[in-house]
Design a protein around this ligand. Structure first.
Ligand code: SF4
Length: 504
């Protein structure tokens, strides 16, 4: 039996229970208002609690904010209330302190590593009508395109030949492309690509929420992270932004990660699309989701993504964001997430401009996409020959190639990592969390990051990148603690003598 129906029944039972308890406390609200509140109560996103924090003037107190920041250095995370207080910081001095603490915590857990990946869009067909997305079904200005298995393989091969080791497979929600056997075959073909020992070693997937049984099938394809963004946790905004299609169902999407975890997918990635509602509410919604998963499964989200609305063809909410987030507030969001859930990977996409991306690395970002294209088939087609805007999901802010991004990272003092070792060494879910929460993950990540970066330098880097990066690489190696240095040097010797995919 498909668990979809079981989950639906469960949700409706909670709904009915809420109705009963509501009856006992007959209120002055109209029936409609009561039902509205009740509908929301069946979820773990507690809007009343979040709103009470947003209205609580005591959370503007600078002394309290500084106290929280002093404690945050321990990298043990924050409560929802503490996170709300940090989102209220307005004094420039306290704000600087927030950014400094976020930087310190990022360094404790992740060091200076930045994990790189690229998205692979294989279809822009969609049955939903999300007002912020160019793929929405009523957008007749968008040219529809979906890739065949051969075309998907070709796109992936191009990414491998650029030096990528991680791909995020992305598609709109459509029965034509959502067939699990099609996705399975695409994954199978991508994993088989081999280019002189270089290959895709971790395939993450961002597709519409599934039932438990289908998540089990997805897991059997050997995926890394299952990623799905709730877009907005604010119930009324969610309803407004998703006028029709299966995505109208707030609860079905909200519990997608529960079903994925129940199906045995260890690593899940959540996210919100900033700009749809008040950013403080959205951040607290996102953190509520992370805390809920951690408390129920002992495994918080493997990653949290922070996409921000960018213009998209004929998508009204993207062209005029209802709650546009300025750069400084955006930086604050990233810093607060880093302190609230120190163990999680924070993903920043190429939606953002290069200059801002550089700034955000320092306050907590640990994974970035690079050299991305968001139109199906666009890695093959040159930018000149393709009208990308008529096919893509949203416009990009960072158009640099992978090689340019890699070079720039090293200039900024960040170590580009193509590591995928944890997933293949079975360090996923709680095993990964344990290492990340205790800040021990770096001992494994660092040698792996260096070895995979060396692969990149030997096989794919341009001469210009080699000149800058080789010096950076040597300095990094020299700066390592003696035991880690020995281990890393041995791995690098192997890479230099032709071995590929060397990892701990
Ligand atoms: S956001 Fe996703 S579900 Fe919504 S229209 Fe775009 S592709 Fe479809």
């Amino acid at each position: 039996m498909c668990w979809y129906f079981y989950d639906k029944i469960k949700i409706h039972m909670v709904y009915l229970l809420s109705l009963t308890s509501l009856k006992k406390t007959e209120s002055n609200f109209s029936k409609e208002e009561n039902l509205k509140g009740c509908e929301q109560k069946m979820y773990f996103i507690d809007e009343c609690k979040i709103n009470s924090f947003l209205e609580d003037k005591s959370l503007n107190d600078e002394h309290f904010q500084v106290e929280i920041l002093d404690k945050a250095r321990e990298a043990k995370g924050l409560s929802l209330r503490e996170s709300a207080a940090l989102l209220n910081i307005s004094s420039p001095e306290v704000l600087d302190k927030l950014f400094q603490k976020a930087k310190e915590v990022k360094e404790i857990i992740y060091g200076n590593r930045l994990v790189l990946f690229a998205p692979l869009y294989f279809s822009n067909l969609c049955v939903n009508n999300c007002l912020y997305c160019a793929f929405r079904k009523d957008n007749h200005k968008l040219q529809r395109k979906y890739l065949t298995l051969d075309e998907i393989e070709e796109e992936a091969r191009i990414l491998v030949q650029q030096g990528q080791k991680r791909i995020l497979l992305v598609a709109g929600e459509h029965p034509k492309m959502a067939a699990l056997n099609f996705i399975g075959e695409a994954i199978n073909r991508i994993y088989k690509i081999n280019y002189s020992g270089n290959n895709i070693r971790r395939l993450n997937v961002n597709v519409a929420p599934l039932c438990v049984e289908d998540f089990r099938t997805l897991k059997s394809f050997g995926i890394g992270t299952y990623q799905c963004f709730h877009e907005t946790y604010h119930y009324e905004t969610y309803k407004k932004m998703h006028p029709d299609g299966p995505k109208t169902d707030y609860g079905w999407r909200l519990y997608a990660m529960d079903r994925a975890l129940q199906a045995g997918i260890d690593d899940v990635g959540i996210g919100a699309l900033f700009g749809l509602t008040n950013y403080k509410f959205e951040t607290l919604g996102l953190l509520s989701h992370a805390f809920d998963l951690d408390s129920k499964y002992g495994v918080g989200p493997h990653t949290i993504s922070v996409p921000r609305l960018e213009p998209a063809l004929n998508a009204p909410a993207a062209i005029n964001p209802p709650h546009a987030v300025d750069d400084l507030s955006f930086k604050k969001i990233v810093a607060v997430i880093r302190l609230a859930v120190p163990y999680t990977g924070i993903i920043l996409s190429t939606r953002e401009r290069a200059e801002l991306r550089r700034e955000l690395f320092s306050v907590g970002v640990s994974q970035i996409s690079a050299g991305s294209r968001t139109a199906p088939g666009s890695y093959k087609e040159s930018r000149e020959s393709m009208d990308e805007h008529s096919l893509e999901q949203f416009q990009l802010g960072d158009h640099r190639s992978l090689d340019e991004v890699v070079r720039d990272c090293t200039i900024q003092g960040y170590l580009p990592s193509f590591c995928t070792a944890c997933y293949r060494s079975n360090r996923t879910g709680d095993r990964f969390m344990e290492l990340a929460k205790s800040a021990n993950i770096g001992k494994i990540c660092l040698p792996n990051a260096m070895a995979t970066f060396k692969e990149y330098l030997n096989d794919f880097a341009s001469e210009e990148t080699k000149v800058t990066a080789n010096k950076f690489f040597q300095d990094e190696l020299n700066g390592l603690e003696e035991t880690i240095k020995k281990k890393t040097s041995r791995m690098i010797e192997q890479v230099d003598s032709g071995a590929r995919d060397v990892y701990l």
